[in-house]
Every structure is written in C-alpha cells, then in structure tokens.
Write a protein that binds this ligand. Structure first.
Ligand code: MOS
Length: 758
C-alpha cells in the first residue's frame, strides 16, 4: 500500500454482485437446470429409533416416470461426518431420528418422485429412544450408536457411548479461588434448536460424464470440502469430483456440510441422467444443521468489590443423532464462557451428546449466542445482587490489552471497554429503567476471525479490467466485494474494473471457504499478496524500457508510473500478453497460528483464537403488562471491525445478525415432542419479519488488528451473539422477571409474572 489516501477501500461502494441479485437475474444453484434432468426425492423415517424390518419398492418402481430408487443396499456402506464418521447416506438397518433418509427416488417430474416416495412400503420395529441430553448421559440410557467405538473420528475428542466429544479448559486453583470469594452464585441456562434461516433451500444438480467424472452444481459454503466429502461417499478419487457454486442464497453455517449433494450424485450415477434435489421447508426443519440446544451451568465467585475470582462452567450440547460439528462447537463454547473477562481461577468442560433427534451443526458464531446468554445473564444477576451497576461490573472485569486468553494465548487489539462505553452512551444507560414495563439491557462479547488458507488468481486484462478468481463463494454478505475493494486499492483501479468469477473446484485456487467471519479478511489478504506479486512482474517488465529501478514502479490511477514515465495498466497488460503470456498471479494467505499453554486445555480442537473482535449490544425495550409481548424501542451495536472495508455491508451484516439474534431471543425454536418436530413449517417456526425489526444503530469501532487487511477484523458472525443476553437483561430490567431458558416468549414472561403474583 502506498502512502496516498485510500480511494476504494473503506468506501461505501455498491457491491459487485448487486445488480443481478436485486433484479432477480442472478442464477442461484436452485435456479440451475440441465437438459434432460430428473428430479430426486427422499423417503424419510417416520420413527425416531427403530429397526427397518421391511422395505418394499415394488409399487413405487412400477410408477411410470420413475427411473431409479436407491436404498442402502445399492451403494457402498460408507459413513461420513465432520468430527466422527458416524452417518450413512441411507439408513440401512436402523434409523436414529425421524426424518432420516432411507431411500431416494429419481423420476421425470417432482410430482412422480413424490408419489413414488409415498408408494414405498416400509415397516419398523421400535427401539428404545432417548431425546433429552441429561437422560442420554444416565447409566443404562439407550445408545444412539451401539457401534460408536468402531467409528473413525478426529482423535482430539474424548468419546464414550452417547458422548460424542468432551473438551476442557482450566487454570488456577478452583477450590482456593472459591474459598476466597465474597459470594458464589450458581445458575442454569438452556438454549434451543434454531434453524439458520437461509432464504434459498439446499439444492444440488449432479451430472456424470463419459469418463466417470461427476460435476455437482450446488450451494455449498465450502466447495473444496464438499469435493472431498463427495469423493468419500461416492468412493471416488477427489480429482474425479468437480463442485461448482453458481450462487448461494445465504448459508449461516447450514450449508457447510453435505446436504443433498450426495443424493443427487448417487441418483445421477445410477440413472445415468442429471438429477436435481432440493429440500422443502419440512425437510429443512427436520433434517438440516440447526444450532444445537445447550444446557449451561455456571458457578461464579466474586470479591466484595465485584471482581471475578473463580468460575466453573459446564456445557451440555445436543448434537442429535449424528455428531457433525457438535463436539467442536461444544468446545468453542468454553471460550465463550471464559471471555471477555479476567478470571484467575476457572474450569470449563463441554460434553457433546447424541440423542434421537435431527442432526445439528455450526450456525453463525457456533456456541456464541448460547455461551453469551449464560455468561451475560449471570453477570447481570451478580451485579444486581451486589448492587453494582452492570456496566460498571463489566468494566471492572473485562480483558485489557495483552491479557492471557483462556488457553494462555495473548489477547491483542482489545477494544471491549470502548465498545461497552459507546453502546451504553448511545442507549442512554444512565436511565436504565425509564418507566413501568420499560428497561434497558446490554451484553458484550468477543469472537475470533477463523484461520485457514486462501488463494486467489488475479489476472490483468489488456482492456484494463481485472479478473479475480477465488475459491471462496459470495454467500450474500458482500465479503467478496470487500476483497475486491482491497484488490482495486492495491492495483490502483476502480472497483467497477474488477470482475469476480463463480467458484469451480476444477479452476479456482483453494480457499478454506465462506465460514467463520474469514472471507473478506483472508481473501483480502490473498489479494494484497497477488497485487504485490503483480507490481513486481510489472516493475520487471517496464523497468528496462524506462531505464529505472523496478522498485520505483507504482500502480496508480489505472496506470503504471515511475518518475515522468507512464503507461496505462491496459497497455502494460497488452505488452505482457504479447511478450510473456500476460499478467497473472497466485496470491495466498494463511493466518499465523498463535501460541498457547497446552497444560490449560484438554481435547480441544481450537484452543487459541486468532484476530479477536470485541462488541457490545444495548437494547431499550418495553414489555406488555398483560400479554408479555416485547417491543424493541431501540437497538444499538458497537462493534470493533478493525478497519471498515465497506461500512454499508458491515452494517448489513450487523442488521442481519441482530435479526437472527432477536429470533433466537424471542421466538424461534424447532419444537420437539419426543422425537417429533411439532412445527416443521415456516408458519409455526417463527422467524422475525421486517415488522418485528427495530432500526439497528451501528457504531463501527476501528482498532486495527495485526494481521487483517488494513487492520480489518472478521465481522460476519459476531452480531448474532449478544441479542439473547442483551434482551434477557433488558426484560429483567423492565419487569423484574428473569428468564433463563431461550426463547423468551411472551407466554414465558406472562406466566413468570403470574407466578411472582405480579
Ligand atoms: Mo459459519 S457457522 O463458520 O458458516
């Protein structure tokens, strides 16, 4: 970066994919079609835990238009999974949750495929099932996976029976710490299943070519992981699998893993025709990757003047029938219990548990809202009991620059105090209880910017435009616009000169994927590396012509400059094409790994966090005296973004995250009755709409990170972390009612008031 003022990065420019998306012309994976394609549908279990004793396809196969029906018998018995390879493509002998795939049909129309699914005859013999995490841990509980010990799994996790993974972080002397405390508080909090709520269902179109290679067009967040996962379940070398993402209508973590791609690929292989499979809302709410429910217990000891001395915490996390990322998410909850507070003595343990319910997964800030709801609710409970203002209590305890993080890693670029003060000022904290039924609450947190490597190819074309090829998908956040702004800045061109391409694993350089608040950060850094290499190439090309030192050559104003010499970037790209094959570069980046103290952690896959961000949410709300209905009057977010690459889209991320957080706080829950989902439709699964959303006031703090492009930090996940805690705290301020179980529905508030004799 030269010393001139930035022209592109930091500006509120329009996103590069904007026009196609707002006009409805953009082709998402669900719009994608191939000539002659068939439609796939899945037969799903109606039992939560049962043995399949009869499966008769005769009537279904006889329907005209049915081309293929597949069951476990027709494909190799391969188990797949993230932490543990515990999941089959089709249940063979035993089903472990209601909604599990048993067979798949490919037919010439969706209606015929659906009719064929209904015509399959099946009989079950019920097995004892377990639906509650705490029941699943009791001796003699039904085992969700009788053969758990034979599974291949990441070695890091400690597993046994219904425990799919156990992790811990601890330091100090807990007993001595508690003994020295003025008071010790114990509380229990519970959180619910929440669907990621992406607008585009999961979809895949698979097609095999004459060489036995398969191409899959789908809406995955992780094309390179998908390629490897599919190679595994298709029993193929990865080089024979190509994944293309034409467009993805949101993901939020729900599209990290195999969704319907494997069904499409197997059906296409057997039917010798392209096959498309798309989920329905019912399938989304019964067999997707929703946020895992948790039970969190906290025992916290404090000094008289409100300093945290000792804390013990335990997280139980319900993976459902297949572990997926549950053990890793449970481990991440430990950092949420620890930070962003100094505590000399602590011990945190996570236990991920199998139950006979639908599988779950990583949803935007995995473990974030759950851990934060527990910690930040309890901080208010403690502060109130000690008669200390909750803001003041937090300010006394939050991390300071250079503090040790939970794993003994160093916490840098700390801005938690500033975020607390600015959010509190903006909401008018001094007047916390402005009137009857009205109150204000706040919650603060920290989060990481996920690592993993990124590569980009950058090509300068002889018309002066720039092609950016990345393996990261534009998931809807605007992150690829952010990366393109950095690239334009570095190359001295306009944002409108940059063209980004779709991801195709046969053509795109590797990227760890659109996950973990990392895309703009990591791809942006890869763009800086590519631009640096292009400056070198250009310097070497023009220096001999001008008789100048290559290092004196700069890129600015769409031109190449040294002293009084100037050529347009287009001219130089043309020159390079005629003499040396053109200007093209592969820029790469990987986040440096922090050091940590291994004696503090056990069985934890990601103990130390990278490029932390800090944030505070403050809310002013009213609660209806009779119905308990909550109305949000004002909502303020003060978030440290390091450097705001494009403030407009950061604000968009904050607004969207708050909307999801309000949903988790007040209304959303996949409601189970035993193993049955009672609200598997979008009428009864209550996501907030525009009518429920307050205007979100955003305060962007820019305390530069060490490793981010121009100091940027990850921004995508954090905004959905604090709403449940901030809202719970405001409801308590407004009504005196403290709800420790999400979601905080109007009914819960009204019933709690009746109980209090209010
Ligand atoms: Mo995210 S849960 O890393 O997509």
């Amino acid at each position: 970066m030269s010393t001139h003022e930035r022209r592109v990065a930091g500006k509120r420019l329009k996103r590069i994919d904007g026009i196609g998306k707002v006009t409805g012309k953009h082709v998402y994976a669900s719009d994608f079609a191939l000539p002659g394609m068939l439609f796939g549908k899945i037969l799903r279990s109606s039992e939560a835990h049962a043995r399949i004793v009869r499966l008769d396809l005769t009537k279904a196969l006889a329907l005209p238009g049915v081309r293929t029906i597949l069951t476990a018998k027709d494909i190799p018995q391969i188990l797949f999974g993230t932490a543990i390879k515990d999941r089959p493509v089709f249940a063979s002998d035993v089903v472990r949750f209601r909604g599990e795939a048993i067979a798949a049909v490919a037919a010439t129309s969706l209606e015929i495929a659906e009719a064929a699914v209904r015509a399959i005859e099946i009989a079950y013999e019920p097995l004892p099932a377990v639906f509650d995490m705490e029941d699943a841990l009791k001796p003699g509980a039904p085992q969700v996976h009788a053969g758990w010990s034979d599974y291949q799994a990441l070695p890091v996790f400690d597993r046994e029976g219904n425990i799919s993974g156990r992790s811990s972080i601890a330091v100090g002397d807990l007993e001595a710490g508690f003994a020295a405390c003025h008071r010790v508080y114990e509380h229990r909090f519970t959180t619910q299943h929440v669907h990621p709520g992406y607008t585009e269902p999961r979809t895949a179109i698979a097609s095999w070519d004459g060489n036995g290679d398969v191409s899959v067009w789908c809406n995955t967040q992780l094309p390179f992981d998908m390629k490897n996962m599919l190679a595994e379940v298709l029993d193929l070398p990865a080089s024979k699998v190509r994944v293309v993402v034409p467009g993805i209508g949101g993901g939020f973590g729900g599209k990290l893993r195999v969704g319907v791609e494997h069904f499409a690929a197997w059906l296409a292989r057997k039917s010798k025709r392209p096959v498309k499979v798309t989920t329905t809302s019912e399938e989304e709410l019964t067999d997707a990757y929703p946020r895992q429910p948790t039970v969190i217990t906290l025992k916290t000891g404090v000094s008289k003047d409100g300093l945290l001395i000792a804390r013990e915490g335990k997280v139980l996390l319900d993976c459902g029938a297949y572990a997926n990322s549950g053990p890793g998410t449970a481990a991440l909850a430990l950092q949420m219990l620890a930070g962003p507070y100094r505590t000399p003595h602590f011990s945190y343990e996570s236990v991920a548990v199998y139950t006979n319910k639908g599988s779950t997964g990583s949803f935007r800030a995995p473990a974030g809202p759950m851990g934060n709801f527990a910690v930040e609710s309890q901080i208010d409970l403690i502060a109130d009991d000690l008669g200390i203002d909750p803001l003041e209590f937090r300010l006394r305890n939050v991390y300071r620059e250079g503090d040790a993080g939970p794993a003994g890693d160093t916490v840098t670029s700390v801005s938690i105090e500033e975020s607390l003060r600015r959010a509190a000022d903006a909401i008018g904290w001094k007047d916390r209880k402005p009137g009857p039924g009205r109150g204000k609450g706040l919650a603060c947190s920290w989060w990481l910017t996920t690592g993993g490597s990124s590569g980009v190819y950058v090509k300068i074309n002889p018309d002066g435009t720039v092609t950016l090829v990345s393996g990261a998908v534009e998931i809807g956040t605007g992150a690829m616009t952010g990366a393109a702004q950095i690239l334009a800045e570095e190359l001295g061109v306009d944002l409108s000169d940059i063209n980004a391409t779709d991801v195709d694993t046969h053509l795109s350089p590797y990227d760890y994927g659109a996950q973990g608040s990392r895309t703009a950060f990591s791809v942006g850094n890869a763009c800086i590396a590519a631009a640096k290499d292009l400056r070198r190439q250009i310097g070497e090309l023009v220096a001999p012509l001008w008789n100048v030192a290559p290092e004196s050559v700069r890129l600015e104003g769409k031109g190449v400059v040294s002293g009084n010499n100037r050529l347009s970037l287009a001219e130089v790209a043309g020159l390079s094409q005629r003499t040396g094959g053109g200007l093209i570069s592969h820029g790469t980046f990987i986040h440096p790994m922090p050091t940590f103290d291994p004696t503090r952690v056990k069985n934890h896959p990601s103990p130390a966090w990278t490029s932390h961000s800090f944030h505070t949410h403050a809310v002013d709300l009213s609660v209806d005296e009779v119905t308990g209905e909550v109305t949000i009057n004002r909502y303020v977010v003060a978030q440290d973004v390091g450097f705001a690459i494009n403030p407009t889209y950061i604000e968009g991320q904050i607004e969207g995250g708050v909307a999801q957080g309000i949903g988790q706080a007040l209304s959303e829950e996949i409601v189970y009755d035993g193993g049955r989902v009672l609200n598997a439709n979008l009428t009864d699964y209550k996501m907030p709409t525009m009518m429920d959303m307050p205007r979100v006031e955003c305060i962007l703090i820019e305390k530069p990170s060490v490793n981010g492009p121009y100091g940027a930090k990850g921004v995508g996940e954090p905004p959905c972390i604090q709403p449940p805690a901030a809202i719970a705290n405001a409801i308590a301020a407004a009504t005196g009612v403290r709800i420790q179980a999400l979601p905080i529905t109007a009914e819960k508030i009204a019933l709690a008031r009746l109980k209090d004799g209010d």
